[in-house]
Design a protein around this ligand. Structure first.
Ligand SMILES: Nc1ncnc2c1ncn2[C@@H]1O[C@H](COP(=O)(O)OP(=O)(O)OP(=O)(O)O)[C@@H](O)[C@H]1O
Ligand SMILES: [Mg+2]
Length: 267
């Protein structure tokens, strides 16, 4: 469904601070995939999401998308246009919702995302629909439609972000460590909602996580990134055999190799 070909990102090109954040990335995402993405700090995970979301334009390469039999090149498409079909949730619960607005106003905006219609009406039918959807989160938010979102806890707010991001049926949902800022209990609740929504709403998801157990137990494919490259790409069967310790060992091996090659450069 989405094809990433030879994507490269170089920051501060041609200066002493030059940094190759992504190096010749190739990746095909199929409809219905749930891909978990792991990698140490600075590996290029968020940068890859930025390129997919249109927040950063790649230095090299292309991104194409297949939709209803036709293929469109979205490499240079503006972020606000892509936002119609690419949803994104960040680590901070503050980023996916508008704190100073009520729950119902936030949901109203989310439900009209991508619509050309200018006039939006919050009628009883719409309000009942929101209540039903909020009740699905199992957090009692259906009784708090008029409350401002800033009154919610981090976990509640992130669950609301998830609901809002999936309301417009995005073709791709990007989750960037979306449970990392939550306490373990809330992280488990939001992860549970994530896998449930992905299944029920037949979503295509990419999820960055530093939680090795989540990375292994969730989804049908796992990518490991290191120094701007995809170093490891496995499917369901291989993933089922993996243990969190195996991934940690891989990380250590990669780090050792980097130290060795840096050492060689210094000689
Ligand atoms: N806008 C930017 N300008 C310059 N360098 C950047 C920019 N964004 C990211 N980088 C650099 O690109 C590299 C990859 O960063 P990125 O944020 O993608 O890592 P990450 O894998 O998401 O790490 P983390 O797990 O810490 O979130 C890092 O060296 C980072 O400093
Ligand atoms: Mg990141």
């Amino acid at each position: 469904m989405i094809d990433i070909r030879n994507i490269g990102i170089t920051f501060a090109q041609g200066t002493p601070d030059e940094n190759i954040a992504l190096h010749d990335i190739n990746l095909s995402v199929q409809r219905g995939d749930f891909i978990t993405v792991v990698g140490s700090n600075g590996a290029g995970k968020t940068t890859l999401f930025n390129v997919l979301a249109g927040n950063l334009l790649p230095t090299t390469g292309s991104i194409t998308m297949k939709d209803a039999g036709s293929t469109i090149d979205i490499t240079l498409q503006k972020e606000f246009r892509r936002a119609r079909y690419i949803g994104r949730i960040f680590q901070s619960p503050l980023l996916g919702t508008a704190g100073k607005m009520s729950l119902e106003d936030n949901l109203m905006i989310a439900s009209y995302k991508g619509c050309k219609q200018l006039k939006i009406n919050l009628n009883k039918r719409k309000r009942d629909e929101f209540k039903t959807q909020l009740a699905e989160l199992g957090m009692g938010l259906e009784d708090r439609l008029a409350d401002n979102v800033e009154l919610l806890s981090g976990g509640q707010r992130q669950a609301l972000s998830l609901l809002m991001a999936t309301m417009s049926h995005p073709a791709l949902l990007l989750l960037d460590e979306h449970t990392a800022a939550l306490d373990p209990a809330n992280a488990a609740i939001v992860m549970g909602l994530t896998t449930r929504f992905a299944k029920e709403r037949a979503l295509t998801v990419m999820m960055i996580t530093h939680n090795m157990r989540h990375a292994i137990e969730t989804g049908n494919r796992l990518l490991m990134m290191d120094s701007g490259e995809i170093v490891f790409d496995i499917g369901t069967e291989e993933k089922a055999k993996l243990l969190p310790e195996d991934l940690v060992t891989r990380f250590k091996e990669l780090k050792r190799r980097e130290i060795v090659s840096d050492g060689m450069l210094l000689q």
